[in-house]
Design a protein around this ligand. Structure first.
Ligand code: UDP
Ligand code: MG
Length: 315
């Protein structure tokens, strides 16, 4: 097999400070991989500007001018990390042998890329980058991440433990991913269900090189919620199970409540009237809320809105 053409896809949202470091590191890496014949000479780096409000796009344009290997894609506004990745994959679809998505802050060690390409050349269509430890994470993040992966597993959602969006995809996988039409995009859930031979490489996740995180707690939680509700209907089944359990309990209670009536000792109770109303009222509202969550998703899916819009392109 001749050296494959590689595209590195980097989503960038307000990354003006990180890009100067990132571009130097990636340029070195790409040159080395080309010189050692690991990748073809027409391989390139694609920065996807996800509607940044800082100077990210002008930094990308400047990089492109200095070095044709750097390319850019500017989305018209902030469509979010997952959609920016998707835009990048659509842009390189059919043009490369493989692509690797990696965060612009280089927290995922780019040194692992060589290993990924090795795995690709050995026949893997998808190579997952998995962090070997969470030493750099806060205690809170560690706990919540572990809980989240356990929960997904419990709900039978296929995921790769501690794998984020650092992965290699073959030409075929890219063209297949472009056929997925879902709007509630949770990429790390989609790849494991696609099949294809895959493998895993491990790396040490580092600190952000510059700038601040673009994933505040609020975004992280809504992303996790998407991961669950976009792949599993288990919460719907839970409503049924809960309803069934309460139904059984209520029958038992009915029998139990009838015993004092036979003795003519029954006291007209406030609690027995009001508590069930509150209890069932609450339960029904929770249930409706969960159903509403799925309905909301269907609502977004049937619209089939474009998931990203490209404003400019530098090739
Ligand atoms: N990102 C993006 N759009 C967004 C938020 C983030 O393209 O709306 C990019 C961001 O520029 C970075 C990657 O997604 O390249 C991951 O974000 P970040 O590093 O801030 O997340 P963290 O590593 O802190 O979880
Ligand atoms: Mg990061």
């Amino acid at each position: 097999m001749s050296a494959p053409t590689l595209a590195l896809i980097l989503p960038c949202y307000n990354e003006q400070d990180a890009l100067s470091h990132t571009s130097v590191a990636l340029n070195e890496l790409m040159q080395r991989l080309m010189q050692t014949g690991r990748i073809a000479a027409d391989s390139f780096v694609l920065f996807v500007d996800d509607g940044s409000r800082d100077k990210t796009w002008s930094v990308i344009a400047e990089l492109h001018q200095q070095n044709g290997m750097f390319r850019g894609l500017k989305l018209s506004t902030n469509f979010g990390h997952q959609n920016a990745l998707l835009a990048g994959m659509h842009a390189v679809n059919g043009k490369v042998d493989c692509a690797i998505t990696i965060d612009a802050d280089l927290q995922d060690d780019p040194a692992t890329i060589e290993e990924m390409i090795e795995e690709f050349r050995n026949g893997s269509a998808i190579v997952y980058g998995v962090r070997s430890s969470r030493d750099k994470d806060s205690f809170f993040k560690k706990i919540t991440a572990r809980f989240f992966y356990r929960l997904l597993k419990f709900m039978k959602v296929k995921t790769v433990y501690d794998h984020a969006d650092f992965r290699l995809m073959s030409r075929q996988v890219i063209s297949e991913i472009c056929r997925f039409k879902e709007v509630n995009l949770y990429l790390r859930g989609i790849f494991p269900l696609m099949g294809f031979p895959s493998s895993t490489v491990y790396y040490e996740r580092k600190e952000r090189i510059a700038g601040t995180t673009k994933y505040p707690l609020r975004k992280m939680m809504s992303f996790a919620w998407d991961g669950i509700t976009s792949f599993s209907t288990f919460p719907l089944r839970l409503i049924f199970l809960l309803g069934f359990l309460i139904f059984i309990i209520s029958i038992v209670l009915m029998v139990w409540a009838f015993i004092p009536v036979l003795d003519q000792k029954a006291v007209p109770g406030w609690a027995s009237t009001v508590l069930p109303i509150l209890f069932f009222g609450g339960l029904q509202m929770i249930s409706l809320g969960i159903i509403g969550e799925y309905l909301g998703k269907i609502y977004h899916e049937v619209k089939e809105r474009p998931r990203f819009i490209i404003e400019k392109e530098l090739n």
